[in-house]
Design a binder for this molecule. Structure first.
Ligand code: AMP
Length: 542
């Protein structure tokens, strides 16, 4: 027997429709690239998103086609989140921190038809544009007065505000299939080119419901949320969607991510909840401490993307009375997987035990199941001691990368995260290592394989190995270990200069160490874990 309830597709546009109808006066505040603070309400967002949906249609963007964005967190980016996905196209958020070669690859692979960009990124777009054939137009996300007069984009350059003004706000969001694609985000793989994770309307809505819950990111209509995590990095952890669902005020930091600017915005806009990677919070904490400031409104901060050090948790909680929510997720998971919020019996634990618990990445939100397995694939117990590969499955976990030319990443229906973890009897997961060979610096990935490839091009390098070394500011930085060719007098600085122009500036390792030989395992692979044990703290002791 079938249930007799209404069947309504789960669609991204319905979040905006809800916010417009039930929270129309709630504010969205943005620090703009133009330098000023912009504020408007959900009703303005909804109206402008509809205008933009009409504009996209007039530009010839068809359903299912991809629309790229190269932009900071701001209201125009938010409008595109809904205009693009809501009208049935696919929002493709591009990461401006990538090297131009990677952006060219990603834009062409995704076949973006139009690319929207913040003015900050004009030089990047100018260098990419002649090398990409798929985008017909590039849209500068600004008004006519700020349009660049001198640029290399010719008639392919359009003005965002001209598009908004030139189109009607009458637009009926189409009733799409909830399984159709809504957005696309590329993640750096351990080998080869970046891979696209293609979210659906349904997965996005289910993720939004679950991530907003009190034991997840804990968002409500009373909150003023500051997503510092970029909108180009897994949809700012879903916060733009969550804010619409719950009717929270949104505060966007634009390009100003330094401690002083963030603190000013937090106080001025009475932010209650913020979200970002540890590196950003380090900058904020040192600024607040340098001015002997305090937080008058902020009560919670979500820290993820990299392990949250206990010193940071104590600084926030003890000195500033801001609760830390340590969370773990991945691009492939939309991204929220686990959040470290206490169970009832844990609230009364002694302080030291509570801090130890908060160092863990947390327990599954409903909708994500997880397990740990040994090398043979056998499931390991949740005893807080056994460590194994972490596998997940759920409503918002990818089962295939975009483009159809990849083997399924799944392992018997489970997604292997590349993280190595323990799980305690209460279901709290703690990451202890990583089996994927990548470096996470300031919340963004660096491919060790790419660094090794560049070093290997140098004529005096025999073997190059790049490892993730812990770093006091950036969490991790690449460290290059080199075996020179016989007779070579190669110096570290010469090799480092060799990287200029070959990789994004922030990918360049800070240091090169010359070693006699690299340890090789039984299968002929370099034993990176041995090298990490030996050299992993190199930057910590500088
Ligand atoms: P991304 O796809 O760029 O969001 O990166 C996801 C990866 O970041 C995970 O697989 C982990 O390796 C790492 N990560 C995310 N959150 C945390 C965390 N709280 N602690 C440790 N590592 C994390």
């Amino acid at each position: 027997m079938q249930g007799l309830m209404m069947q309504q597709p789960l669609l991204v546009a319905s979040l905006l429709m809800h916010a417009e109808r039930h929270h129309s006066d709630r504010e969205i505040v943005s620090r703009r690239v133009e330098g000023d603070i912009h504020r408007y309400r959900y009703q303005d967002l909804a109206q402008r998103a509809r205008r933009m949906a009409n504009a996209l249609e007039s530009l010839g963007v068809a359903r299912g086609e991809r629309v790229g964005t190269l932009a900071w967190n701001g209201y125009r980016h938010m409008e595109l989140y809904f205009a693009v996905s809501g009208s049935g196209s696919v929002l493709h958020t591009l990461n401006p921190r990538l090297h131009a070669d990677q952006l060219v690859y990603i834009i062409e692979h995704a076949q973006d038809r139009v690319v929207f960009f913040d003015l900050t990124f004009l030089p990047l777009i100018e260098s990419v544009a002649p090398r990409v054939t798929s985008p017909i137009f590039f849209v500068a996300m600004t008004d006519r007065a700020h349009m660049p007069s001198d640029h290399a984009l010719g008639s392919r350059l359009l003005c965002y505000e001209d598009l908004i003004e030139g189109h009607s706000a009458d637009f009926d969001w189409p009733l799409l299939d909830e399984n159709s694609a809504s957005s696309l985000c590329y993640t750096s793989g351990t080998t080869g080119n970046p891979k696209g994770v293609l979210y659906s309307h349904r997965s996005t809505l289910l993720h939004t419901y679950a991530a907003a819950l009190p034991d997840s990111l804990n968002c409500s209509a009373r909150d003023a949320i500051l997503p510092v995590v970029p909108m180009f990095h897994v949809n700012a952890w879903g916060l733009p969607y969550i804010a619409c669902m719950v009717g929270a005020k949104l505060v966007f930091p634009g390009p100003a991510l330094d401690g002083k600017s963030l603190y000013q915005l937090i106080e001025q806009e009475q932010v209650t909840l913020s979200a970002g990677v540890p590196t950003v919070w380090q900058g904020l904490l040192s600024h607040v401490e340098s001015v002997e400031g305090s937080f008058s409104s902020m009560r919670r901060t979500i820290i993820g993307g990299a392990p949250c050090p206990t010193a940071m948790t104590t600084a926030f909680q003890e000195r500033h009375h801001v609760d830390v929510l340590h969370a773990w997720g991945m691009t492939e998971l939309s991204p929220v997987g686990t959040v470290c919020s206490f169970k009832a019996h844990q609230t009364a634990l002694p302080e030291a035990e509570r801090y130890a618990l908060q160092a863990k990445q947390g327990r599954s939100v409903f909708g994500i199941d997880m397990k740990i397995v040994d090398v043979a694939g056998k499931e390991l117990p949740w005893d807080g001691c056994a460590a194994g590969d972490l596998l997940v499955r759920g409503h918002w976990v990818t089962h295939e990368y975009f483009g159809g030319d990849y083997a399924s990443p799944l392992n018997d229906g489970w997604f292997p995260t590349g993280d190595v973890a323990k799980i305690d009897p209460d279901g709290f997961m703690q990451i202890v290592d990583r089996s994927k060979d990548v470096i996470k610096s300031g919340g963004e990935w660096i491919s060790s394989a790419d660094i090794e490839n560049v070093a290997g091009l140098h004529p005096e390098v025999a073997t190059a190995v790049c490892i993730a070394a812990r770093h006091p500011k950036w969490d991790e930085r690449p460290l290059l270990l080199i075996v020179k060719k016989p007779g070579s007098a190669l110096e570290a600085q010469e090799l480092l200069t060799f990287f200029d122009g070959r990789v994004a500036k922030w990918w360049k390792p800070e240091a090169v160490l010359f070693i006699d030989a690299v340890p090789i395992g039984a299968t002929g692979k370099v034993l990176k874990n041995k090298l990490r044990e030996q050299y992993g703290d190199y930057y910590m002791s500088l």
